[in-house]
Write a protein that binds this ligand. Sequence first.
Ligand SMILES: Cc1ncc(C[n+]2csc(CCOP(=O)(O)OP(=O)(O)O)c2C)c(N)n1
Length: 396
Amino acid sequence: MDLNALRTNHPDHWSKATAIRALTLDAVAAANSGHSGMPMGMADVATVLFEKHLKFDASAPHWPDRDRFILSAGHGSMLLYSLLHLTGYADMTLEQVKNFRQSGAITAGHPEFGHATGIETTTGPLGQGIANAVGFAMAEHILRAKFRRKLVDHHTYVIAGDGCLMEGVSQEAITIAGRHQLGKLIVFWDNNNITIDGPVTLADTTDQPQRFKSAGWAVIEIDGHNPEEIDAAITKAKSQKKPTMIACKTHIALGHAAQDTSKGHGALTDKDQMAAAKAAYGWTTGPFEVPSDVKSAWEAIGAQGQTARSEWEGRLAEMSENRQRQFNRVMAGEPAKRIGATVRAFKKEVSETLPKMATRAASEKALAVLNPVVSESVGGSADLTGSNNTKTDDLG
Ligand SMILES: Cc1ncc(C[n+]2csc(CCOP(=O)(O)OP(=O)(O)O)c2C)c(N)n1
């Protein structure tokens, strides 16, 4: 890989992506534990995504219509922590990055939902993130149908590695996303051909692009270090009606002596090798030091979404009070007010009449009472609709 060409062809991009790589090297070295290679390999994809496409506002991490970014390859957590710190999420301070993997820090080895803002879901068990992301995309689709584009119109982006795609759960998730044509779901596959034990082919020779295509996805194959290709692929993916998998050919631990080897997967802590990698990057500042112009450029990216966010807030404020209340309730995960009285009345009726029925029929009766008042509930049946009675009369 010709780092010099990457540096000279895209200098602004390069310095931003290098900040991720350098923070990752420093944090993992300080903890003497962690995974350096994946963030170093996917820094270019993440930089273009955050700079050019991701709709977010670092000062308002819970804004409901933000795009979701899910790091399914959770072992590469320093990629996410670097991005959150650089773009200016208030809780992801440099101290937290320096305390990577330490007790009490919000920077756990793998991202934990609730520890830091900007962590949309817990990941680490391979495959979990991509499967949860399909749920996120499905939720967006359902909410958009209910509340319309003015309020709900966002993408779900995922970074998944070889290990995520090996897990069985990914197959079911990919299939259902294809079946429902979740066009706002975009998965970046970190196609680096490396796992812990060696090359991917030790365990898996699946043709991943064909696998996704056969499930109804669009697939784009790119050089995951070329910012123009990354940008064009995301633009194209956003215009697709199908979910898109962007296969990103990358080099794990880019620029390090361990590049393209399974050693590059883990903690790269050798001082001389770290220094050599930073020299190859043209990175001259000390550990954990991001040049102020680079940090400012990242913070500007973190603020890019402020306009979109305030416009969205304006649209919400224009809605009727009832509509606003309904939207806020659903987003807060609060049950509908009527649910208490509805359930009490149903219990009273059942305890008075003591009907005799199979438990599956009882389940249907309960669902028939709940579904009309909890319109946001999502359920289904694994090819047993007629047997376990999940399709109540109010459903289409
Ligand atoms: C379900 C599950 N099994 C095993 C692991 C342990 N594990 C963490 S990362 C990893 C290798 C993943 O390889 P890849 O996705 O290619 O990541 P990369 O080497 O590119 O960083 C394994 C086996 C895990 N986190 N979750």
